[in-house]
Design a protein around this ligand. Structure first.
Ligand code: NAP
Length: 298
């Protein structure tokens, strides 16, 4: 099968690598507008060739769109216009409702499968691509009833080939869950890094005093603004809802400290400790492939 990847960065490049290694893709074509990144993708062996948009899409059995979510919504109608009638298109974007809305009435909507592989790092570009990034992770297939059954099966087979398990979910439900479990963590990390940089003007003090707790909490602040700005804007309603709840809790925590409320503080943190059990369950599910609770295993 010929797979064309539009946007050979972290996710597109990692998928390209694993699909070749698994034998799912006989050939991988990259579409990449930045010549330096196109050269890196070829040098690193992520793709077999790089070609222009129209040629890359016309020659594909499967097109993977792995660019920022605003560019995905812009490009999708043109991609569906251009694909062969039997080809399939899947996006990998971190928001789903706006992307699905962009092609809701397209005559070839059935050839599109909206997906979100839940795997990644804070790095970007072709140099960030990793083998095995998707192994034992979850992929969400959104609004599956809008896709042709055969298109959905081709995309499911692709994710299973790189070691993922798949679950179906409504696109709006996806965006609400993503706001709470992913997008708000990124906001928190960006804002924490901004606050510390504002208050601690000397980088050497941060470097000397920062422990592993600080480093792990601000890790996500290294993520690409090009990728995250459109995610926050496309999912603004749910992200703001999640932030309102977060701001209420952080204000309450601040007030407990200011009041010297030892018992309240202890009790708030004991409640927060329950996250340990949830994360332990999640990690064991990643290894066993047991069903998750936020969508429908399929
Ligand atoms: P990335 O490493 O920055 O790669 C993005 C790719 O998109 C690059 O090839 C870039 O080309 C291209 N691009 C950027 N702006 C574009 C535009 N306006 N038009 C066309 N192409 C454009 O990003 P990534 O982490 O792989 O993310 C790709 C997609 O995966 C996003 O939709 C993101 O929401 C989703 N996703 C990310 C993660 C994660 O953890 N990173 C996880 C799951 C899903 P240049 O070479 O020209 O910059």
């Amino acid at each position: 099968m010929t797979v064309t990847v539009i946007g050979i960065g972290l996710i597109g490049g990692s998928l390209a690598l694993d699909l070749k290694a698994a034998g799912f893709a006989g050939s991988v074509i990259g579409v990449e507008s930045n010549p330096a990144h196109a050269g890196d993708a070829l040098r690193l062996g992520l793709v077999d060739e790089v070609c222009d948009f129209d040629k890359g899409i016309r020659n594909a059995d499967l097109v993977i769109v792995s660019v920022p979510v605003d560019a995905t919504a812009d490009l999708l109608p043109r991609i569906l216009d251009t694909i062969r009638h039997d080809a399939v298109v899947a996006d990998v974007g971190s928001t789903k409702k706006a992307v699905c809305d962009a092609v809701r009435r397209h005559s070839k909507r059935g050839r599109f499968v909206a997906t979100h592989p839940i795997a990644g790092t804070e790095h970007s570009g072709p140099g960030a691509a990793l083998r095995g990034l998707f192994k034992n992770k979850l992929c969400l297939l959104c609004d599956p009833e809008q896709s042709d059954a055969e298109a959905l099966e081709r995309v499911r087979a692709m994710y299973e080939a790189v070691g993922m398990r798949c679950m179906t979910m409504d696109a709006a439900d996806h965006d609400r869950h993503a706001a709470y479990v992913s997008h708000i963590s990124h906001v928190t990390s960006f804002v924490l890094a901004t606050t510390v940089l504002e208050m601690e003007k000397s980088a050497s003090t941060i470097f000397d005093l920062a422990g592993s707790g600080f480093e792990s909490t601000v890790r996500l602040a290294k993520s690409s603004p090009d990728m995250w700005t459109p995610i926050f804007l496309q999912n603004a309603a749910f992200v703001c809802e999640a932030l309102d709840a977060y701001i209420r809790n952080i204000t309450e925590f601040r007030n407990e400290i200011a009041r010297g409320g030892r018992d309240e503080l202890r009790s708030t943190m004991e409640s927060a400790n329950r996250i340990r059990r949830i994360l332990a369950g999640m990690n064991s599910q990643n290894h066993t492939g047991e069903p998750d609770t936020i969508g429908k295993e399929s």
